[in-house]
Design a protein. Structure first.
Length: 91
């Protein structure tokens, strides 16, 4: 069996046409996907879901627990500084 270059060329042309049709079909689907993503983002931005609300609540609780730590550390550091400087100031 011999495959000629003409037969190879004919098959390449058929393949090119098939790929061209597929690209044309996917072009419409890409627009649909982009439009769908845009609509989803709009909905997500307008009303957060329960998971986002729960994460937001938990994050605020963690922040509320962590803020007193630097304040307490600052007060302790200032007290230590005052105790360290007190003998020098009284003499």
């Amino acid at each position: 069996m011999t495959i000629t270059s003409r037969e190879i060329y004919d098959q390449v042309v058929l393949l090119r046409d098939s790929v061209g049709r597929l690209v044309d079909q996917l072009g419409g689907h890409a627009d649909d996907v982009r439009d769908h993503e845009t609509r989803l983002r709009t909905i997500e931005d307008s009303r957060p879901g329960p998971r986002i609300t729960d994460l937001d609540t938990r994050l605020r609780q963690v922040e509320a627990r962590l803020w007193p730590l630097p304040a307490a550390s600052l007060l302790i550091a200032l007290a230590a500084l005052a105790i360290g400087l007190l003998p020098k100031l009284t003499t």
